[in-house]
Design a protein around this ligand. Structure first.
Ligand code: ATP
Length: 278
């Protein structure tokens, strides 16, 4: 096909781009009837022959708070990249509930469909108020322009108030996000994710660079989210992990090395050897 024909094909009136197609499977309730909300099974990812993930199996229950730890290069980021659709594995399967095959969904559909990701660095809109940041986060189904030019519904306003209370920034609602402390920016960004009502929240090193008090607040925030959301926390700060952990998964060389309570994994000789003994 020559270039002109290719262009014609692209702009055909009946042309429907993949990202505009409805995703009926995401409109259905996520089927968690067997317990887990995330199934990662036999997943391997290679980069130039190096296996960043090696036959990884991980199951996250609906509403649980899971901490994932492991030495540098263990595959933690790659695992989150696979779940969120950023990296496609060479082998394996990843399901959201019983029915939704995440490997068949593009990244933006997964993000809108109920799996939120908080990166290590906060990325709030610094020139907007805390409230406006949360309001913009409701924009997923409408354009940003629509959101900025239309009044909020009562339900949306209530939800923003609820999230402001949850993240502890109700008193800062009119403050510019740029004037917040590092910890407050992190909570605001978690709040922005919550505006989308995610079923699963992936949180990467949430307490890096925080003060002791901010760390405590973050622990209380993340534990309060469990139950209503499934929360996966990747973190190197062992004191913090101990303060929030129920079940801990230790990754090593792209696979699960150990899994259990904090006490169980901390006393596991294999974990001490590859990670905690460092
Ligand atoms: N795009 C890439 N190209 C090549 N190698 C990569 C790529 N992404 C990750 N890797 C390698 O895969 C391995 C796993 O990396 P990953 O970032 O998932 O580990 P991690 O457990 O998140 O480490 P950290 O705790 O340091 O963030 C590392 O050895 C890394 O260098």
């Amino acid at each position: 096909m020559n270039a002109v024909n290719q262009l014609r094909q692209t702009f055909r009136r009946d042309q429907v781009f993949d990202f505009l197609l409805p995703r009926p499977e995401f409109d259905l309730p996520v089927d968690v009837s067997h317990g887990p909300i995330l199934y990662v099974e036999g997943v391997s990812v290679s980069f130039d022959g190096f296996k960043a993930l090696n036959d990884l199996n991980l199951y996250i229950d609906d509403g649980e708070l899971r901490c994932i730890i492991g030495p540098n290069g263990a595959g933690k980021t790659t695992m989150m990249d696979v779940i969120t659709g950023k990296t496609r594995p060479d082998t394996g399967s990843v399901y959201f509930g019983q029915r939704i095959d995440l490997l068949r969904q593009p990244e933006h559909v997964i993000a809108r469909g109920g799996i939120g990701r908080k990166f290590q660095k906060p990325t709030v809109f610094e020139a907007l108020s805390v409230f406006d940041n949360l309001e913009l986060a409701t924009a997923s189904n409408k354009s940003v322009w629509y959101t900025l030019t239309h009044a909020l519904t009562g339900t949306q306003r209530d939800r923003i108030d609820e999230v402001l209370e949850l993240i502890g920034l109700a008193d800062q609602r009119r403050q510019l996000a740029g004037a917040l402390s590092h910890g407050q920016k992190q909570w605001l960004e978690i709040g922005m994710l919550l505006m989308q009502n995610p079923r699963v929240l992936l949180v990467d090193e949430p307490v890096a660079g925080m003060t002791g008090e901010e760390v405590e607040h973050t622990a209380a925030l993340l534990t309060s989210l469990a139950g209503r959301h499934s929360v996966i926390v990747v973190e190197h700060d062992m004191a913090f992990v101990r303060s929030i952990a129920r079940k801990v998964t230790v990754l090593h060389q792209g696979s699960v090395l150990a899994e259990g309570t904090m006490d169980q994994v901390q006393n596991d000789p294999r974990v001490i050897e590859v990670y905690l003994g460092e």
